[in-house]
Every structure is written in structure tokens, then in C-alpha cells.
Design a protein around this ligand. Structure first.
Ligand code: 13P
Length: 253
């Protein structure tokens, strides 16, 4: 169990991190009503750091719904590796900080597979974000073909070697074959893979890939699973709340 995100102003507590990755779902209006509903959720989930990751266009809406005193934090789904410049379509860390976002995901497999993200651009995005003061969730994970070919450890070792170590960085292990497929790495596979990643990098490690209220307890109970990056099940407030409540039970156990 890790010891929280260690925001400078707050004492570190034993914690798990539950982050909802909304991908390209929810515009500003829907984001605002979702976060209005969950703004007090952390009061019911002690020891759980609750994060939502809306699309850039919905960040402001999500932050408005939370108001000024919610412990729920808002992360972007990516961030550029320069502070500013001629980079059409990109968003920089200072822009996110100015809005009130606290962090960003980098290296999600959808960005790696569909948008040309490389290990090196993941590293550059992470380094720039951390230096600017954002927290980072850096994603790693093998494809089904790589797992079947026995290449999982090699792929993870390469991806993780590009991720900087920093007190505000967490890793997310997201096996590509488990994303949006309904297939999860079983708790044993998740534990074994997290333990391997743990041997390579000091950061807390979230599991991602078809996490739902029904399977969250078994995954989060594994000693090297420090939280979850939730896709589909984070889109519905009731199921996102349910995952966070399960996490709180694990912390309290
Ligand atoms: P699902 O939970 O929908 O499988 O998505 C996982 C994911 O990609 C989170 O980043």
C-alpha cells in the first residue's frame, strides 16, 4: 500500500488512487453535472484519492461542478512536452494548471496505438508536466500478441525505463487486451505483473482494464495494486462511486 499522492499541503495518508478516464466521452455540461454529484464522495471514501480525467474541452465544466472545496481532483488525458509553442492541437502544462487541473495521464495505449505516441514522447510529456507542477499517471501495458509471444516483461521493462521517478508520478499498468474488452487480467496476473513493474520502478502502480464494481475488490486487495484507472465504469456516476466505495473498504480492512 502506498502513502498517497503527497500533495505538499496535505499530510500523507495511506491511500489508494481511483481515477476515472472519461476518454472522448462527456462534454462540459455532462462533466459539470457528474462532478456536482460526486463532489462530496471523498467524505465517504477515506483513504481514497478520487480523480476524474475529462477531455480537454470538459475540464472547466468538471472543475466548476466540484467547486472550490472538493477533494476530488481533475486530470487531463494528455499534456504537451513544451510550455508553449507552435504545436497546433496541443495543450501545455501551464494551461492546465491555470484552469485548476492537478495532473495529466500520459502514454495511454490509445495514444500510443492511434496517435503515434512513443516511449520518448511519453517521457518528455511526463518530465515537462512534473516540472511544471502537475501530477502524472504514466500508462504502460503489453498487447495480446506481445503477451502470447512471451514478451510482456520485455515490453514493460522498455516502457517503464522511459518513465521518470518522481513523488507525484504514478504508473498505470493497462494490458491492452483488457481495455474495453470486458477481459480483465485476473487478480493473480495483475499481482504478478505489478510485482514485476515494482521491481523496476518505485512509483505506486494502478491497474486498468475493464475494472468494474464487481471485480474491483479482488484487484485492489492485491499487495502491489495501489489503485485503479477506470474507463467504461467511470462514465456512470453510480458505478464510479461504487468502485471508490469498494476501494475505501479495502483501505479500511
Ligand atoms: P476500460 O475500463 O473501459 O477497460 O478502460 C480502461 C482504460 O483504458 C482506462 O484508462
Amino acid at each position: 500500500m502506498w502513502r498517497g499522492l503527497g500533495r505538499p499541503e496535505s499530510p500523507k495518508i495511506a491511500a489508494v488512487l481511483i481515477a476515472g478516464n472519461w476518454k472522448m466521452f462527456k462534454g462540459a455540461h455532462e462533466a459539470r453535472s457528474f462532478t456536482t454529484r460526486i463532489r462530496n464522495l471523498p467524505v465517504r471514501t477515506p483513504g481514497v484519492d478520487v480523480v476524474v480525467c475529462p477531455a480537454f474541452a470538459a475540464l472547466q465544466g468538471a472543475l466548476e461542478g466540484l467547486g472550490s472545496d472538493s477533494a476530488v481532483r481533475v486530470y487531463a488525458q494528455s499534456v504537451h512536452w513544451e510550455i508553449e509553442g507552435a504545436y497546433t492541437g496541443e495543450v501545455s502544462a501551464p494551461m492546465l494548471l491555470e484552469l485548476g487541473a492537478s495532473g495529466a495521464i500520459v502514454g495511454h495505449s490509445e495514444r500510443r496505438q492511434l496517435f503515434g505516441e512513443t516511449d520518448d514522447t511519453v517521457r518528455r510529456r511526463a518530465e515537462c508536466a512534473l516540472e511544471a507542477g502537475l501530477a502524472v499517471i504514466a500508462c504502460v501495458g503489453e498487447t495480446e500478441t506481445e503477451r502470447e509471444a512471451g514478451k510482456t516483461e520485455g515490453v514493460l521493462a522498455r516502457q517503464v525505463s522511459f518513465v521518470p521517478a518522481h513523488e507525484h508520478l504514478v504508473l498505470a499498468y493497462e494490458p491492452v487486451w483488457a481495455i474495453g474488452t470486458g477481459k480483465t487480467a485476473g487478480p493473480d496476473v495483475a499481482q504478478e505483473t505489478h510485482a514485476y513493474i515494482r521491481s523496476l520502478h518505485p512509483a505506486p502502480i494502478l491497474y486498468g482494464g475493464s475494472v468494474k464494481p464487481e471485480n474491483a475488490a479482488a484487484l485492489l486487495a492485491q499487495p502491489d495494486v495501489d489503485g485503479a484507472l477506470v474507463g467504461g465504469a467511470s462514465l456512470d456516476p453510480a458505478s464510479f462511486e461504487a468502485v471508490c466505495l469498494v476501494a475505501a473498504e479495502i483501505v479500511a480492512a
